[in-house]
Design a binder for this molecule. Structure first.
Ligand code: HEM
Ligand code: HEM
Length: 221
């Protein structure tokens, strides 16, 4: 008979705010990509509203990466070169959070989402729709921002496709990262991994509200 000690208790990895933000980003960014690509003028108001909510989530996730739960912090998962080399050699990650390669994709996604949402604020569609800050810059600058918005939209599609592919490959190899992004917990695969506590969800709510106010102040300048 197997000893219960053989399968140690799962450890906490992703707190509730990180999980909620992830699945909200999935829904909202999918909506923004579809409405952007359809180019239907009747959908652009919703596109811009959802895009601005996405910006709030991205600002929150960046702040949470500095002061949030230990595993959600950039300092925990953004790897020094030595950690990348060790991971490539052994396949074993030093922390239960994003592995060193996953960390690059997470940073890439956040940077692209920031670029996408900020350029959207200055974009125009040459008809009668424009982002809330387009009127505060020259038409040439707004057109340039629109070009970047289109380019980063395409890069985003490519990175999201790669992101989902990598997650599915992990799943096929028996590493269920999707379940961890739902429950927040992972099986302990390494005795050295520590079970660190989550930060306060109240703090997360306050920071989310502050991110919302910041974006609102920005777009109503
Ligand atoms: C629009 C689509 C998506 C976007 C923009 C997106 C974005 C992100 C971001 C920013 C992270 C980092 C999470 C954090 O540290 O806060 C992440 C992680 C993750 N995403 Fe997504 N995601 C998308 C779709 C999906 C889908 C469809 C799945 C499931 C098949 C998925 C599964 C995961 C998993 C499992 C992780 C954690 C990876 C790890 O453990 O290192 N994502 N995603
Ligand atoms: C992650 C969030 C967003 C995504 C994924 C996204 C994606 C897209 C895409 C794919 C297009 C079509 C580009 C093309 O014509 O090839 C587009 C157009 C547009 N977006 Fe966004 N967008 C986002 C956020 C925003 C925001 C926050 C605003 C403004 C508040 C905005 C304003 C616009 C405008 C005005 C257009 C029309 C530009 C044109 O006709 O080329 N977007 N967006």
């Amino acid at each position: 008979m197997s000893d219960p000690q053989d399968s140690p208790a799962p450890i906490r990895v992703w707190d509730l705010p990180t999980r909620l933000v992830h699945w909200l980003l999935f829904v909202l960014v999918t909506f923004s990509l579809v409405t952007g690509l359809l180019g239907d003028p009747s959908l652009i108001e919703n596109h811009m509203l959802v895009g601005q909510i996405t910006l709030v989530l991205v600002v929150f996730r960046i702040v949470w990466g500095l002061v949030g739960s230990p595993r959600s912090r950039f300092a925990d998962f953004v790897p020094a070169p030595g950690r990348v080399i060790a991971y490539l050699k052994t396949g074993r990650a030093a922390t239960p959070g994003h592995n060193p390669l996953g960390a690059f994709s997470v940073l890439g996604l956040l940077v692209l989402l920031l670029a996408q949402t900020v350029t959207g604020l200055f974009a125009n569609d040459d008809i009668f729709n424009e982002g809330p800050l387009a009127g505060s810059v020259d038409k040439g600058v707004s057109d340039w921002m629109t070009g970047i918005h289109e380019l980063s939209g395409n890069l985003l599609i490519a990175l999201i496709a790669l992101h989902v592919l990598v997650v599915v490959v992990h799943r096929l190899k028996g590493d269920n990262l999707i379940l961890a992004m739902i429950t927040g917990r992972k099986p302990r695969q390494d005795a050295a991994w520590e079970d660190r506590p989550y930060a306060s969800s109240l703090l997360a709510a306050v920071l989310l509200a502050a991110s919302g106010v910041l974006v609102w102040l920005l777009v109503t300048l």
